[in-house]
Write a protein that binds this ligand. Structure first.
Ligand code: AMP
Ligand code: MN
Ligand code: MN
Length: 314
């Protein structure tokens, strides 16, 4: 994929990432948006995402993100980032479907190359690393570097998960040289929690149950508990990582109630269970070691389904 060739195809450029945007989604889309805005001032570029969680609001350009779709707008070029399929773009999928030319940059194993031009690397740490590869390194400013570094930090669990490669560390090194406050990015966007977020995390850990001789750990947060703790679904991001580090665990499953009879399931594995297989079988997606899916049904039905799927591996 060649960024300048794609941008030469038109004047109006749109960018989106997946619904409920995470660090990589926001970092990669905003990094690309800032780059196009700075080096292609003659183009009309817009970034469309759902409202980002508060820990990402310090990034440059975040206040320019649009949250409403444009009715009947036909973009010349539209980028889908960090998305395995166009449905994951939510309402902005319409922009993508109507665009004259589409491009997709992603690292989901489940990605079926759904755009006109696709740069899909399932082994890549993050979409942010792939966006880094598409940019001219000397043109990466401190503000752009902050976006991409944050994205890499979030999808690698601070350069820890097995998706972290030498290429990831090399890219991170180049970004560090741009003068970013890397330690602060990690601390304030990844680790820092409000007291309410910490308390709901503690509650979820306290309620966790183990199965298959401690190889699976499972916990749920309901809407009622979110109300009780004064949090929303945006406040639950660190929970699955916290239960995952329990000694002896291969698979960690964190479930939250999205709305009545609708649950979001997050799965993480350590060594041998490909959790994306389970997610894909039920309409979700992801990577071998981190995947997600939305399942409708009761709390018990969701649990029975996931444990039945996991029983095939243990
Ligand atoms: P999460 O558990 O939400 O942090 O997501 C883990 C990985 O699975 C990320 O790469 C997500 O993009 C992907 N993922 C999460 N939920 C879904 C879903 N409903 N459909 C497709 N992919 C998903
Ligand atoms: Mn993502
Ligand atoms: Mn990602």
């Amino acid at each position: 994929m060649n960024l300048s060739e794609i941008l030469a195809k038109g004047h109006t450029i749109g960018i989106s990432g997946h619904t409920k945007p995470d660090g990589d989604c926001i970092g990669s889309t905003l990094g690309l948006y800032n780059y196009i805005k700075l080096y292609y001032p003659e183009k009309e570029v817009s970034l469309y995402l759902e409202e980002p969680p508060s820990e990402f609001l310090f990034l440059h350009g975040v206040d320019e993100i649009k949250h409403e779709k444009e009715e009947n707008k036909v973009f010349d070029v539209y980028f889908a980032l960090d998305c395995g399929d166009s449905k994951r773009l939510g309402e902005f999928g319409e922009h993508f479907e109507n665009a004259h030319f589409t491009a997709c940059v992603d690292h989901h194993k489940s990605n079926l190359s759904f755009a006109d031009d696709n740069y899909i690397v399932p082994e890549a740490s993050s979409t942010s690393e792939l966006i880094f590869n598409l940019m001219e390194q000397e043109k990466i400013t401190k503000e752009i570097a902050e976006c991409l570094y944050l994205g890499m930090v979030h999808d690698t669990g601070v350069f820890q998960y097995s998706c972290t490669h030498a290429s990831t560390m090399n890219a991170a090194g180049v970004l560090m040289d741009k003068g970013i406050d890397y330690s602060r990015i990690v601390d304030e966007s990844y680790y820092e929690k409000t007291l309410a977020q910490n308390k709901i995390l503690a509650k979820a850990v306290l309620d966790a149950e183990c199965y298959f001789d401690g190889q699976v750990i499972y916990t749920v947060v309901t809407q009622k508990e979110m109300e009780e703790f004064g949090v929303t679904t945006k406040d639950l991001s660190g929970i699955v990582n916290q239960i995952r580090i329990t000694k002896g665990v291969e698979v960690a499953v964190f479930v939250y109630e999205n709305k009545e009879q609708d649950y979001k399931v997050s799965m993480r594995s350590k060594r041998f269970v490909d959790v994306s297989e389970i997610a894909v079988r039920h309409g979700g997606g992801g990577h071998a070691r981190a995947a997600g899916v939305n399942i409708s049904g009761s709390e018990k039905e969701v649990k029975d389904l996931i444990l039945k799927e996991l029983s095939k591996y243990f």
